[in-house]
Design a protein around this ligand. Structure first.
Ligand code: NAD
Length: 375
C-alpha cells in the first residue's frame, strides 16, 4: 500500500523484508564521500513502527548517515535491534539517561520518532547535550512547544530538522517550484485530503487515540494537508475554519477522527482539506486560472504520482520504500556536514503547529473563523 503507514506489528514477512533490505543495503555502492566528509551518526529515539519498518532500513541505504545509537524505554527490544544493526551497548540509551549522550562521540543526531507528546522533552535533552535534532511530524503538541524546541536548538547551536519526507520527493519539489513559477496562472483553489483507517483500540499504537500523547487525525495526517497547502502556494495561511466530523465517538474519545478544514491564504486562495482516521485519503490538487495539477497519492511512502490539465504526467520517483526516507536523511545529513539550513527546518514545523492550534480552536468553536498567529 502506498499510504502513510502499514498496520504495525513485527510480522515474519516484514522481518524478512527488513532483513532483505539490510542485505541489499550491504550491496549498495555509496557515492564517494567528499573530502573530509564523514557519515553522520544517528540515534533513533523510539523503536516503534516508523523506526523499525522505515527509518532503520532506510539508514542502511544512506550515503551520509549511519545508524549509530538507540534510545528506548523498552529494553526487551534491544537484543534484536543491536544484533541486527550491530549497535554496541555504549551507544544505547533510555529516555531517562539520554543526557549521557553528550559524551558519546559516535552520535551526531538524535532522531525523535516517539509519540508526539515526547517530541519536545526529548528535543530539549538532545539539544542540551549538543546533538542535532531530527524530529518526526507533527513537531510538537502546539506552537508554544515548537517555539521552545527551536530556541533550545538555536541556543545550543544545533540543527533542527522536521521529518517532512515529502519535501524531499521530486514530484512534490516540482509542485513547490510551481508555487513560484505559476505555469498555469494564478492559483485559485487547493484541495488536500490525507487519512487512513484506524480500527484498533488495543495496546499497539493506542497513543494515536489518546489526547494526552498527541493522538488524533489532525496531528498525524492533517499536518500533511497543511504542509502541502503551504508549500504549494509558497504562502502562509491567514485564517482557518475547522469542523470536527468524528463519527466513531466510542473509539475517538477526546481526539479527532475526522476534521474538515478550510484555510484562507493571501490573494483569495482557499485550501479545502479533510483529514481522517476513518477513511483512506491521499489526494492533492491545485486549481489555477489556466489549468490544474494533482498528485494521488501525494504523501505515500512510494508511488507518489499525478498529472496536469495539459497532459503533463508526474511519474513516480525515488523508487520503492524506504528510498524517500533515505533521501530525506541524506539531505539532512548534508545540511549538517555543509553547515547549511535543512530543507525542512524547525520553522517549517512551527508554522504548521500555528495552523493546527488555530484549527483546533475553530473546531472547538463549531467552525468559527480563527486568525492564524503570525511568526
Ligand atoms: P509507534 O506506536 O509504532 O511507535 C512509537 C514508539 O514510541 C514505540 O516504540 C513505543 O514503545 C515508544 N514509546 C515511548 N513512550 C511511549 C508512550 N508514552 N506511549 C506509547 N509509546 C511510547 O508509532 P510510530 O508510527 O512509529 O510513530 C512515531 C512517530 O513517528 C510519531 O510522531 C508519528 O507521527 C511519526 N511518524 C511519521 C511518519 C512519516 O511518514 N513521516 C510515519 C509514521 C509515524
Amino acid at each position: 500500500m502506498a499510504g502513510e503507514r502499514n498496520p504495525p506489528g513485527w510480522t515474519r514477512r516484514e522481518a524478512l523484508q527488513s532483513m532483505a533490505l539490510a542485505g541489499a543495503a550491504a550491496a549498495w555502492s555509496p557515492r564517494a564521500l567528499g573530502r573530509g566528509q564523514r557519515r553522520i551518526g544517528v540515534a533513533l529515539a523510539g523503536l516503534g513502527h516508523y523506526s523499525r519498518d522505515l527509518l532503520a532500513p532506510a539508514l542502511q541505504l544512506t550515503r551520509h548517515c549511519r545508524l549509530a545509537g538507540l534510545v528506548t524505554g523498552s529494553p526487551d527490544k534491544l537484543p534484536e535491534w543491536q544484533g541486527r544493526y550491530g549497535i554496541p551497548d555504549r551507544n544505547v540509551y533510555s529516555y531517562d539517561d539520554l543526557h549521557r549522550i553528550a559524551d558519546d562521540p559516535d552520535i551526531d543526531v538524535v532522531y525523535i520518532v516517539t509519540p508526539n507528546h515526547l517530541h519536545k522533552p526529548l528535543a530539549l535533552v538532545a539539544a542540551a547535550a549538543g546533538k542535532h535534532v531530527w524530529c518526526e511530524k507533527p513537531m510538537a503538541m502546539d506552537a508554544a512547544e515548537g517555539a521552545e524546541m527551536l530556541k533550545a536548538c538555536r541556543d545550543n547551536r544545533v540543527q533542527l530538522a522536521i521529518g517532512y519526507r515529502m519535501q524531499h520527493e521530486p514530484n512534490t519539489r516540482r509542485f513547490m517550484a510551481m508555487a513560484k513559477e505559476r505555469p498555469y496562472g494564478r492559483i485559485v483553489k487547493l484541495r488536500a485530503d490525507a487519512g487512513w483507517f484506524v480500527w484498533r483500540d488495543g495496546a499497539d499504537g493506542a497513543w494515536r487515540l489518546d489526547p494526552a500523547r498527541g493522538g488524533g487525525a489532525m496531528y498525524d495526517m492533517g499536518v500533511y494537508c497543511i504542509n502541502a497547502a503551504r508549500y504549494c502556494t509558497g504562502m502562509e495561511p491567514l485564517a482557518v475554519q475547522a469542523w470536527d466530523e468524528t463519527a466513531r465517538r466510542d473509539l475517538f474519545k477526546g481526539v479527532d477522527e475526522t476534521i474538515r478544514f478550510r484555510l484562507e491564504f493571501p490573494e483569495d486562495i482557499v485550501a479545502e482539506c479533510v483529514t481522517s482516521f476513518g477513511r483512506n485519503l491521499n489526494t492533492l490538487q491545485v486549481d489555477c486560472e489556466r489549468g490544474w495539477y494533482m498528485l494521488s497519492p501525494f504523501q505515500g511512502y512510494e508511488g507518489n504520482q499525478g498529472r496536469a490539465s495539459d497532459g503533463t504526467v508526474f511519474a513516480p520517483q525515488l523508487g520503492p520504500r524506504p528510498r524517500m526516507q533515505a533521501e530525506q536523511m541524506d539531505q539532512d545529513a548534508l545540511a549538517i556536514l555543509e553547515n547549511r539550513t535543512p530543507r525542512a527546518p524547525g520553522e517549517e514545523g512551527l508554522a504548521d503547529m500555528r495552523v493546527i492550534d488555530a484549527a483546533f480552536a475553530s473546531a472547538r468553536a463549531g467552525g468559527e473563523r480563527v486568525d492564524i498567529a503570525r511568526g
